[in-house]
Design a binder for this molecule. Structure first.
Ligand SMILES: NC(=O)c1ccc[n+]([C@@H]2O[C@H](COP(=O)([O-])OP(=O)(O)OC[C@H]3O[C@@H](n4cnc5c(N)ncnc54)[C@H](O)[C@@H]3O)[C@@H](O)[C@H]2O)c1
Ligand SMILES: [Zn+2]
Ligand SMILES: [Zn+2]
Length: 368
């Protein structure tokens, strides 16, 4: 049994506290113990902290992590102690019809969204033996996690842990939205609304596939400047008077693809107006659980516009994570440029404040 420090969201007013939790002594079959070396701070963590998504029990936050395998349970065949790994926050069952047809991001039997391991368990407890659930089956804001095998993906050792961590959420989601969900091809136009960790990864993905023109939209001049460095040709503030007109001026009839990477009702409602006839609006940002939006169905039907939902960049973790890692090592995806401040776990509060204020790039918690 190890006692490790973790950032825990307490239900009620206590908020996020860094405290000690115990990980289990013995691993159940199919479980893997990972020493977490880096975990990125994603807006999905902030959604639970801010109450957008219900959380009725103590939760170890963090779902964008990477580290080293330190122990494998019975029946774990594909991983070895010492492997460098990226954690996947959507552990698929690998057996249901969705998994069998190559769509693990809609797995019907995953327990990740209930903050459970694939076997339904909560592995860690507080020091009084009360369960402390792992957010999205990971709880990566801790120096050690016990997770299910299908949530652990080996990547080359040469990839720095900070970069590997980002592959586990923002990069898989943003690049995957472009490459997998939308299937953008060279020379197609695209607009990315919201250039945080996920949106900037989408801009990088668009650059990777040779899309153009690429228009980045954000309210932060700092974020826009970064999007420009990552290959966006046009930078537009989200509060311009007429965003659809600005996009039409740059593209003709609108962009062939528009990616919403915020999770805000107003920007989702405005997304189809940025899209050219026959194009697609891709919903990547996650709203609060019960948010509804108003759309103009006549325009969608009349202009043949599609709306695509995007979970985890439509990624197959075992395939896409190593690919993203290799693209990074080959110099095609400079993922190191997405890493912002690195902080100790005790600074999680200020990291969440940075995210709230859209300051800097992706903050990464490093564990020693
Ligand atoms: N679909 C998925 O599987 C998936 C995976 C990861 C994250 N997400 C979601 O994606 C969203 C983005 O996550 P993130 O970590 O990149 O967040 P972030 O906070 O880093 O980025 C959000 C960006 O949106 C910008 N923004 C806010 N309001 C705006 C407006 N009105 N117009 C233009 N820009 C505006 C902010 O300045 C910021 O740069 C979140 O909702 C998160 O939960 C979805
Ligand atoms: Zn995330
Ligand atoms: Zn499944």
């Amino acid at each position: 049994m190890s006692v490790v420090r973790a950032a825990v969201l307490e239900p009620g007013a206590a908020g996020v506290v860094v405290r000690e939790v115990r990980t289990p002594d013995a691993l159940a079959p199919g479980q893997v113990r990972v020493a977490v070396r880096a975990s990125g701070v994603c807006h999905s963590d902030l959604h639970v902290v801010d109450g957008d998504w219900p959380a009725e029990e103590p939760l170890v936050l963090g779902h964008e992590g990477a580290g080293v395998v330190t122990e494998t349970g019975a029946g774990v065949l594909d991983l070895e102690v010492g492997d460098h790994v990226v954690l996947s926050w959507f552990a698929p069952c690998r057996r249901c019809a969705d998994c069998a047809q190559g769509r693990p991001w809609t797995c019907s039997r995953t327990r990740s969204l209930e903050n459970r391991l694939p076997d339904g368990s909560v592995p860690s407890t507080d020091l009084d033996a009360n369960p402390v659930a792992p957010f999205l089956g990971l709880g990566a804001f801790a120096s050690e996690v016990v997770v299910g095998e299908s949530a652990v993906v080996r990547v080359p050792r040469e990839v720095p842990f900070e970069v590997a961590a980002l592959i586990g959420c923002s990069v898989a989601t943003g690049v995957g939205a472009v490459v997998n969900t939308a299937g953008v091809r060279a020379g197609q136009s695209a607009v990315v609304v919201g250039c945080g960790g996920v949106g900037l990864a989408a801009v990088m993905g668009l650059h990777l596939v040779g899309a153009g023109p690429v228009i980045a939209v954000d309210l932060s001049d700092e974020r826009l400047a970064t999007a420009g460095r990552f290959g966006a040709q046009h930078l537009v503030r989200g509060d311009v008077e007429d965003l659809p007109a600005a996009v039409r001026e740059l593209t003709g009839r609108g962009a062939e693809f528009a990616f919403e990477c915020i999770g805000r009702a107003s920007t989702i409602e405005g997304l189809p107006d940025l899209v050219a006839p026959g194009g697609a609006a891709v919903l990547v940002g996650m709203t609060a659980y019960d948010t509804t939006v108003r759309l103009r169905p006549f325009d969608l039907a009349d202009a043949g516009k599609r709306i695509l939902g995007c979970n985890y960049g439509s990624s197959i973790a075992q395939v896409d994570f190593p690919r993203l890692a290799r693209a990074h090592l080959a110099g095609a995806l400079p993922l190191g440029d997405l890493v912002g401040r690195t902080v100790a776990l005790d600074e999680i509060g200020s990291a969440l404040d940075d995210l709230r204020a859209a300051r800097g790039l992706r903050t990464v918690v490093v564990h020693d």
